[in-house]
Write a protein that binds this ligand. Structure first.
Ligand code: F6P
Length: 343
């Protein structure tokens, strides 16, 4: 093992730079060179790269985003994309490539195996919807932002006796909404795993009112939808190169529905990209550091087509095939039922 490549793909999140730093530090310690390809899989296709030294990764541990840049480029939706990826892999004398990203980025890493590319994946998505790992890099930072937003909405909500709807990200999984909402003490948490009834949301708000609480905070996941509406609310038409629509708008949809049946003022906040920006939490920094080191170890041991899975106490390998087959990971019923206790 002389040279490892690295890419960071999909939606960015705080903690990626910590993983990049750990990969470079561990690899250099083992006398292995590291090449960072820019802007996700696009960098490998275009041979747009940078040799990474220890100096390049100095000081990046607390910095959000990715110094390599990211994109949602899918080599498998581009003519001769996989062949081009292999050509540049060979041209750069790579022995392996580490992909840091969510299910889209890692599905490419898995499929490149058929093109003789040795890949290892590191789980990174604020959505926390990758199967086989309890956490993904970025999730802790995102839910901390949601918690802070709920805390801040509380003070203005109780002052004005309002209902505050907070729309958060997460695509088809409600992890960010559930954990962020629970951490902030939201009164209603609506997730894609469980279609909601608008009249139930109203019911909770009214129950709180009768208990003397003249305000409520509702956290709604962008992928949540009411019973009977057979589609998610989207912001734009069209899909990305992995076939995903751009979700968004459920917060305002819910407000309109509630306005018709509730005699209280309602305001909507969409947290959007504020959830993905800024500095990583201690948890994300540590997880990214451990996964980065472990990914290099997997490369050294020739354990390819694996992802570094993290369960809170240890990091272990899990087959990328299984990860992709079982993603997105939904919330278990036990965790989901917790939200109904608090309002
Ligand atoms: O997958 C991460 C994520 O932030 C989702 O929660 C969200 O739906 C999506 O990315 C937004 O994508 P984009 O950055 O392309 O707008």
């Amino acid at each position: 093992m002389d040279k490892i490549g690295m890419i960071t793909g999909g939606g960015d999140s705080p903690g990626i730079n910590a993983a990049i730093r750990a990969i470079v530090r561990k690899a250099k310690d083992e006398d292995v060179d590291v090449i960072g390809f820019k802007n996700g899989w696009a960098g490998l296709l275009e041979d747009d790269k940078k040799v990474l030294t220890r100096g390049d990764v100095s000081g990046i541990l607390p910095v959000g985003g990715t110094l390599l840049g990211s994109s949602r480029t899918n080599p498998f939706s581009i003519q001769n994309g996989p062949e081009q990826a292999f050509e540049n892999y060979k041209k750069n004398d790579l022995d392996a490539i580490i992909g840091i990203g969510g299910d889209d980025t890692l599905s490419v890493a898995h499929k490149l195996r058929d093109y003789d590319i040795n890949a290892v994946g590191i789980p990174q998505t604020i959505d926390n919807d990758l199967a086989g790992t309890e956490y993904s890099i970025g999730f802790s930072s995102a839910l901390t932002q949601v918690m802070r937003a709920v805390d801040q909405l509380h003070t203005t909500a109780y002052s004005h006796h309002r209902v505050m709807v907070l729309e958060v990200m997460g695509r088809d999984s409600g992890w960010i909404a559930l954990f962020g909402g629970l951490a902030g003490g939201a009164d209603s948490i609506l997730v894609p795993e469980e279609p909601f009834k608008v009249k139930d949301v109203k019911g909770r708000i009214k129950e709180r009112e009768s208990a003397g609480k003249h305000f409520s905070i509702v956290v709604v996941s962008e992928g949540a939808s009411p019973e009977g509406l057979d589609q998610q609310i989207t912001r734009e038409s069209g899909t990305d190169s992995f076939g995903h629509v751009k979700l968004g708008g459920i917060g305002h949809y819910l407000k309109d529905q509630l306005d018709a049946i509730l005699d209280m003022p309602i305001r909507v906040t969409t947290l959007a990209y504020l959830q993905r920006g800024g500095e990583p939490t201690a948890f994300d920094r540590l997880m990214a550091t451990r996964c980065g080191i472990y990914a290099v170890e997997l490369c050294l041991e020739g354990e390819f087509d694996k992802m570094t899975a993290y369960d809170g106490s240890k990091v272990e390998p899990v087959s990328l095939e299984k990860v992709i087959a079982n993603s997105p990971k939904s919330i278990d019923d036990d965790l989901l039922s917790m939200k109904d206790l608090f309002y």
